[in-house]
Every structure is written in structure tokens, then in C-alpha cells.
Design a binder for this molecule. Structure first.
Ligand code: FES
Ligand code: FES
Length: 168
């Protein structure tokens, strides 16, 4: 099947197998390897990207389901050379060790802050509850997201969207 997907602002058209997962389309076809693939059970959340602004586990989405839609990956978080506050927060608060979970964590964090610019610790823990980190014990991830909230320019909260899969 032929699909056309806008990824990080750029439109791509490819012929893909109907069974191809979005995570593999991003990694293997587009070579956007910042999105990780870590399990076969939809448990780990390292594959989270935004699909039309909503975080999804890209291992649970077929590439053909993204046809005509917009995807943002971790490569699209920064604004040119300027890192997103979430990226800055993970660096400032040591929110990663091996880094394997980090792209997915940051994509969920970005979504959370778009919805709720001043999240409580409970909000943060709930948002990332569908994602696993084997290294940090989560404390510094929570601190990183709080740091990002405190260092972001005030903005109007986006309309509340349904968070798909992330907390499943
Ligand atoms: Fe583990 Fe997607 S790769 S949830
Ligand atoms: Fe290693 Fe989270 S930093 S899995």
C-alpha cells in the first residue's frame, strides 16, 4: 500500500507492507532511529511518538494507519539548535542513565506539558506509568519533567486530548 505521512514537518510517500508497524517504518524506512523498539508486548513505551499530537506506542500502530496523518518523533522535539525544555530538563536533572527509555519518556513529557503546563508529581507519574525505565528509579525523570515545566515559557494549555496507549 502507498502511504503519505508527515513526519517532523516533512512529507514522505512510500509503498509499505500492510503489516508494517509504525515503529519499523520510522526506524528502518525513514532511519529515524531515535524512536526505540524494546519489546513485543506493548509494555515498555520506548517507542512513544506523537500521532496528530497524541502520544501513541508506535509498536501498536500500523504504518498504514498513519497515512494522511502527522507524526512527531524525538528528532522533531528540538526547534533547530534550540533544545526543547524537556530535553534540557533531562540533561539538567540527570533524567537518564543508559538512555534507552529516554525518547519515549520525553515525548510523553512534551505531551503532558502541552496539556498541563504545571503538572503535579502525581500527574507526571501517571503520564509515564505506561513506560518502563530499568535504570533511574524514575525519581530523576520526574524531576526532569518538573524542571521543564518550571523553565518553559507560559503558554495556553492545548485542548485536552485522549492519551492513547501510554497509560495502558
Ligand atoms: Fe515496547 Fe512499543 S516497543 S511498548
Ligand atoms: Fe536506562 Fe531508562 S535510562 S532504561
Amino acid at each position: 500500500m502507498q502511504i503519505t505521512v508527515k513526519v517532523n514537518g516533512q512529507e514522505y510517500t512510500h509503498d509499505v507492507e500492510p503489516r508494517l508497524l509504525l515503529v519499523h517504518y520510522l526506524r528502518d524506512t525513514l532511519r529515524l532511529t531515535g524512536t526505540h523498539w524494546g519489546c513485543d508486548t506493548s509494555n515498555c513505551g520506548v517507542c512513544v511518538v506523537h500521532l496528530d499530537g497524541v502520544p501513541v506506542k508506535s509498536c501498536t500502530v500500523l504504518a498504514v494507519m498513519a497515512d494522511g496523518h502527522e507524526v512527531t518523533t524525538v528528532e522533531g522535539l528540538a526547534n533547530g539548535a534550540e533544545l526543547d525544555p524537556v530535553q534540557q530538563g533531562f540533561a539538567a536533572c540527570h533524567g537518564l542513565q543508559c538512555g534507552f527509555c529516554t525518547p519515549g519518556m520525553m515525548m510523553t513529557a512534551r505531551w503532558l506539558l502541552d496539556q498541563r503546563p504545571d503538572p503535579s508529581e502525581e500527574d507526571i507519574r501517571e503520564a509515564i506509568s505506561g513506560q518502563l525505565c530499568r535504570c533511574t528509579g524514575y525519581e530523576n525523570i520526574v524531576r526532569s519533567i518538573r524542571w521543564a515545566a518550571e523553565h518553559s515559557a507560559p503558554a495556553e494549555a492545548a485542548p485536552v486530548e485522549t492519551q492513547q496507549e501510554v497509560t495502558a
